[in-house]
Design a protein around this ligand. Structure first.
Ligand SMILES: *Cc1c(COP(=O)(O)O)cnc(C)c1O
Length: 428
C-alpha cells in the first residue's frame, strides 16, 4: 500500500500540531511509520487519503459500536444542527438521553453530561471527595481514566505506549493522594485500605481493564472490591467509559451483577460526538451544584448535537438487545480464527477477550495485570501491526490497546481478517 498523501498531510500537521496529532495514541510512534489520514468511513470500513481501504478494529477507540456513519445517528445530528448548534440553555433532548441512560444502566437515577471521559472521571472523583470528605483515591496500575492530573500515575493507554505512565507536570502534592493498587489483586487493595484508614474517598477502576490490552477481572475480584468498599466506607467508582453500553445494555454493572456508587461513561454514549457522563444514586448526585456544594460545569456540556447523536445510539442499543449477543459471537469467532492461525504458524501468543473487547499479546504468560501486560514482545507486535495494515486491516498502533469489535463487521469481513493474519503470521 502507498501512503504518500497521508505522509504529506502528516508533515504539514507536524508543523502546527505537536507530534502532528491531537491525541498521542493516534501517532504511530510505538510502531513506527506515519499515521494514516482518514477521508471517510462507512460501516466497518475506513477510506484513507491515498484511496486505501481498511477494515477498522479501532472504531474511534470504541464509540462506533454499530459502524461508521450509522444512518440513525447521522440523521439525528443533521436534523438537530438545523435548529442551532449550541445555546448554553437547557434543551429537552438532554432529559431524553438522561432518562434513557438511567433506564438502561442499573443502580443510577441521576446523570450529568460532560464533554469527554476524562471530564467524567475527574468530576466523579471530585464528587466522591466532596461526599466523603476524604482526599485519597486508589487506582490500579495500567488503568486509564483520562488525562487529568490525579490519574496520570502508572496510567495505561498512550501513557504506557510512550513510556510516561507518570507524567511531568503532575505535582507531588497531587500524586501523593493517588494510591496505586495491582489489578486483580484484592489483598493488595485491602493492605492499602488498612494502611490509610479513614483517608480514602474512593476506589476507581475499569471493571474490565481496556487500556493495557483487554484484561477481564478475575472471578470474585469486583465482588471483593465491593465488599472492601462497604467495610471501609469508601465509594466504588466504575469507569465504564469503555465498557458502558458495550458489554451489555447496562454495561459491566449488569454483566457482573455488581453495583458501583458512581459510574463514568463516554465513548458509546456519545455515538461518536464528544460526550462523557457520570451517574449515581440521587443521594450522591445531589451533592453537585447547583443544588449541592460540589462544583462542576461546562459551556458545551449537554450540547444538542452531541445529545442527539448519543440518544440515537442508545435508542438503537436499547431497542435491539440482540446486538450485544451478535457482537459477542463475532468477537468469539475472530478470537478462535486468530488463535488457530497463530498456532498453525507457531507464534507464541495470548488472546484476552470479553464481549466485544479483545487484545492480542505476543506473550506466553497469562495477561492479568500491568506487569504481565508489559511483558509481551513489542517487536513482534510492530511487525504484526504493519503486516495487518498492509493486508488492509487497521488495529490499534500499540500493544496496550483493546480491539473494539463493531456490529457492522460481517462474517466475510472476519474471515478476511483471519486470512490476513495467516499471511502476516508467516513472516512474524
Ligand atoms: C477513553 C477512556 C477514558 C478517557 O476518555 P476521553 O474521552 O478520551 O477523555 C477514560 N476512561 C476509560 C476507561 C477510557 O477507556
Amino acid at each position: 500500500m502507498k501512503y504518500q498523501r497521508s505522509s504529506a498531510l502528516f508533515k504539514e500537521a507536524e508543523k502546527v500540531i505537536p507530534g502532528g496529532v491531537n491525541s498521542p495514541v493516534r501517532a504511530f510512534k510505538a510502531v513506527g511509520g506515519t499515521p494514516i489520514f482518514v477521508e471517510s468511513a462507512k460501516g466497518a470500513y475506513l477510506y484513507d487519503a491515498d484511496g486505501n481501504v481498511f477494515l477498522d478494529y479501532i472504531n474511534s477507540w470504541g464509540p462506533m459500536i454499530l459502524g461508521h456513519a450509522y444512518e440513525p445517528v447521522v440523521t439525528a445530528v443533521i436534523d438537530k444542527a438545523k435548529n442551532g448548534t449550541s445555546f448554553g440553555m437547557p434543551t429537552e433532548i438532554e432529559t431524553k438521553i438522561a432518562e434513557l441512560a438511567i433506564q438502561m444502566a442499573p443502580n443510577i437515577n441521576k446523570i450529568r453530561f460532560v464533554n469527554s471521559g476524562t471530564e467524567a472521571c475527574m468530576s466523579a472523583v471530585r464528587l466522591a471527595r466532596g461526599v466523603t470528605g476524604k482526599d485519597k483515591i486508589i487506582k490500579f496500575a495500567g488503568c486509564y481514566h483520562g488525562h487529568s492530573d490525579s490519574f496520570l500515575i502508572q496510567a495505561g493507554s498512550g501513557a504506557i505506549t510512550f513510556g510516561s505512565p507518570n507524567s511531568p507536570g503532575v505535582t507531588k502534592g497531587t500524586a501523593k493522594d493517588t494510591l496505586l493498587a495491582t489489578y486483580n489483586d484484592l489483598n493488595n487493595v485491602e493492605e492499602l485500605l488498612l494502611a490509610n484508614k479513614n483517608e480514602i474517598a474512593c476506589i476507581i477502576i475499569e471493571p474490565v481493564a481496556g487500556n493495557m490490552g483487554c484484561i477481564p477481572p478475575k472471578n470474585g475480584f469486583l465482588e471483593g472490591l465491593r465488599n472492601l468498599c462497604d467495610i471501609h466506607n469508601v465509594l466504588l467508582i466504575f469507569d465504564e467509559v469503555m465498557t458502558g453500553f458495550r458489554l451489555a445494555r447496562g454495561g459491566a454493572q449488569e454483566l457482573f451483577g455488581i453495583q458501583a456508587d458512581i459510574v463514568c461513561y463516554g465513548k458509546v454514549i456519545g455515538g461518536g460526538l464528544p460526550v462523557g457522563a457520570f451517574a449515581a444514586r440521587e443521594e450522591i448526585m445531589n451533592y453537585l451544584a447547583p443544588i449541592g456544594p460540589v462544583y462542576q460545569a461546562g459551556t458545551l456540556s449537554g450540547n444538542p448535537l452531541a445529545m442527539a447523536a448519543g440518544f440515537a445510539m442508545l435508542t438503537e442499543l436499547n431497542n435491539n438487545p440482540s446486538i450485544f449477543t451478535s457482537l459477542k459471537e463475532k468477537t468469539a469467532y475472530l478470537h478462535k480464527g486468530l488463535s488457530e492461525v497463530f498456532q498453525k504458524n507457531q507464534i507464541v501468543h495470548t488472546i484476552n477477550r470479553i464481549g466485544s473487547m479483545m487484545s492480542v499479546h505476543f506473550s506466553e504468560e497469562k495477561v492479568i495485570d500491568f506487569a504481565s501486560s508489559v511483558k509481551g514482545n513489542n517487536e513482534t507486535f510492530k511487525r504484526f501491526f504493519h503486516g495487518m495494515l498492509n493486508e488492509g486491516v487497521y488495529i490499534a498502533p500499540s500493544a496496550f490497546e483493546t480491539w473494539f469489535i463493531t456490529d457492522a463487521l460481517t462474517y466475510t469481513d472476519l474471515d478476511k481478517t483471519i486470512a490476513a493474519c495467516d499471511t502476516v503470521a508467516k513472516s512474524l
